[in-house]
Design a protein around this ligand. Structure first.
Ligand code: NAP
Length: 244
């Protein structure tokens, strides 16, 4: 695989694993981050050490001006984006009765508005090239719902609806748009839940454990590959059998 992959939120966790996977598959990689500058630099260094190309670019992907700057800098540094992975995301949990409008907006803007902004920015060059891959990281919460995650589940369900709509809009131009819905994956996001919650969750998972970031990244690598050329508008659940 060649081309330029832009991975939002690639300084840590699942995004980091996706950046490393796409670099191993032959893409030059834009490692976007919000504030973890040194961690993003480490991802870039790891890719370069294996002979790949990568740059780290800071941008809050919920901000339209920052997204415009992210894509123009990416294009200047590595060329037009051919694979976009909308991965950046946050949680800010609370029961709906106790949730503030600001808490709602922060999570919806970071997890859903960002997907709209980055997709729009990436589509310009993809439409010209008549090819491209967009992969959106949703969540099992967006399919099943989760108490305390009204904001997050709404945003992640929105990502799935957006994925299907854009897949229909741009399919005739050789661009595929898919989503991945992970279950519980070992990252800073799930570390924050604590040992008691994660071991209780593991008991509900058919495979009996949390997933690894690399186990999500390998599916992204597949969706970005030539082998996935006839797959669009789909949501692949990667949850070790949690939702069965
Ligand atoms: P994580 O370890 O907390 O990492 C989040 C990443 O997103 C970081 O690189 C962070 O950058 C970046 N980010 C956050 N806000 C941003 C913003 N406004 N602009 C740009 N980048 C931003 O999270 P993760 O667990 O890897 O999750 C990655 C994605 O998978 C998210 O969309 C999440 O909702 C989804 N997901 C995760 C799980 C799970 O179990 N972990 C399950 C289902 C879905 P900084 O380092 O600079 O803060």
């Amino acid at each position: 695989m060649s081309g330029v992959a832009l991975v939002t939120g690639a300084s840590r966790g699942i995004g980091r694993a996706i950046a490393l996977q796409l670099a191993a598959d032959g893409c030059a990689v834009v490692v976007n981050f919000a504030s973890s500058s040194s961690k993003a630099d480490e991802v870039v260094a790891e890719i370069q050490a294996s002979g790949g190309s990568a740059v780290a670019i800071q941008a809050d992907v919920s901000d339209p001006d920052a997204v415009a700057n992210l894509f123009s800098t990416a294009s200047d540094e590595l060329g037009p984006v051919t694979v976009l992975v909308n991965n950046a995301g946050i949680t800010d949990d609370g029961l709906v009765l106790r949730m503030s409008p600001e808490q709602w907006d922060r999570v919806v803007n970071t997890n859903l508005r960002s997907v709209f902004l980055c997709t729009k920015a990436a589509l310009r060059s993809m439409l010209r090239a008549k090819s491209g891959r967009i992969i959106n990281i949703s969540s099992i919460s967006g399919i099943s719902g989760n108490p305390g995650q009204g904001n997050y589940a709404a945003a992640k369900a929105g990502v799935i609806g957006f994925t299907k709509s854009v897949a229909k809009e741009v399919g005739s131009r050789g661009i595929t748009v898919n989503a991945i819905a992970p279950g519980f994956i070992q990252t800073d996001m799930t570390d924050a839940l604590g040992e008691a919650v994660t071991s209780a969750v593991s008991e509900q998972v058919a495979l009996g454990r949390l997933g690894l970031p690399e186990e999500v990244a390998s599916a992204v690598g597949y969706l970005a590959s030539e082998g996935a050329s006839y797959i669009t508008g789909q949501t692949i659940v990667i949850d070790g059998g949690l939702a069965l």
